[in-house]
Design a protein around this ligand. Structure first.
Ligand SMILES: NC(=O)c1ccc[n+]([C@@H]2O[C@H](COP(=O)([O-])OP(=O)(O)OC[C@H]3O[C@@H](n4cnc5c(N)ncnc54)[C@H](OP(=O)(O)O)[C@@H]3O)[C@@H](O)[C@H]2O)c1
Length: 282
């Protein structure tokens, strides 16, 4: 029986992990969220990991409120940097694998081509800085790591898709940024990608997004089309929208490591969002 510790199990990715592995034999999941295991506390982390001696830790915990990170810098640093550091130290002490999730926001978004795993990072927001520093901590303190950089994630929890559908209930139009490009990615696709490498020695840093790209406004239009809503999308610019945290304008990621290792092929973002909205209708 392989034990797997999941942190942040009540978040979008944590829930998807549990859904995906619900019927899989030979795995025992130890699910934790902040009440059971606060990843910022190294003593708690080491005690649990050294007691359970897991095969792997999947870190789904993070402080993901991108704009709030600008004002709550200390919380962002503790959860997004010290947390992964603690998990990396604990994983290394028992020889466990560590899956850690990072983001397209580690890049500045000025490259016109998709970013490769080996491109230099240059985060523009507090959230992006913390996620970039976390990657360094994981690489520094743990040998058996998989870092997956994903983007525009949606699943079971708070996300852009749910926000758009809620707004469509009582708005004829919604204003959405049309000049930031990236790739919406479902937690369902991300979990399959994690599963494809978790039981291998294919360690390293992976870009892990659906294929293709779009703007937030394009994504909103596709959500409304699939959900049968006639809500109109009014396009605005990043500058006009004026969010507290800077976002990369073009943070499309090339899943180069997944392609080179042949481990997993992500589907196109259109197919992933169709599956998600079809599931919601069931
Ligand atoms: N969401 C996106 O668009 C996106 C894009 C790119 C990358 N990512 C990355 O993907 C990963 C998963 O994201 P997600 O959307 O699934 O996140 P999420 O839904 O925000 O879930 C994060 C979970 O971590 C918990 N948590 C917060 N502080 C904690 C602590 N100190 N100890 C233990 N648990 C703690 C949260 O609890 P509370 O809710 O109580 O705080 C929540 O249950 C994260 O690493 C994120 O940075 C996300």
């Amino acid at each position: 029986m392989k034990k797997i510790i999941v942190t942040g199990c009540n978040g979008q990715l944590g829930r998807e992990i549990n859904k995906y592995y619900a019927d899989k034999r030979g795995l025992e999941f130890i699910n934790t969220d902040v009440d059971e295991l606060d990843i910022t506390n190294i003593d708690e982390v080491c005690e649990l990991v050294q007691g359970e001696k897991p095969y792997a830790i999947i870190n789904c915990a993070a402080y993901t409120a991108v704009d709030a990170c600008e004002t709550n810098k200390d919380i962002a640093f503790k959860v997004n940097v010290l947390g992964p550091r603690n998990l990396a130290i604990a994983a290394q002490s028992v020889g466990a694998k560590l899956v850690h999730i990072s983001t397209d926001y580690v890049f500045d978004g000025t490259k016109e081509e998709p970013y490769m795993e080996y491109d230099a990072t240059n985060p523009q927001s507090v959230y992006g800085v913390t996620k970039a520093r976390a990657e360094e901590m994981v690489r520094q303190f743990c040998h058996r790591y998989f870092i997956l950089r994903t983007a525009w994630l949606y699943g079971d929890g708070k996300n852009f898709v749910k926000t758009m559908l809620r707004l469509a209930e009582d708005h004829d139009t919604v204003t959405v940024v049309g000049d930031q490009f990236g790739t919406p990615t479902s937690t369902a696709q991300l979990v399959k990608a994690i599963d494809s490498i978790l039981f291998t020695e294919n360690y390293g840093t992976y870009h892990a997004t659906c294929e293709g790209s779009c703007s937030w406004a394009d994504f909103a239009e596709e959500i409304f089309r699939l959900a049968g809503k006639d809500t109109r999308v009014v396009r605005t610019t990043t500058e006009e929208y004026g969010a507290p945290a800077a976002r990369p304008l073009h943070s499309v990621l090339e899943n180069y490591m997944f392609k080179m290792t042949g481990a997993y092929t992500f589907c196109d973002w259109h197919d992933a969002i169709k599956e998600y909205i079809d599931d919601m209708k069931l």
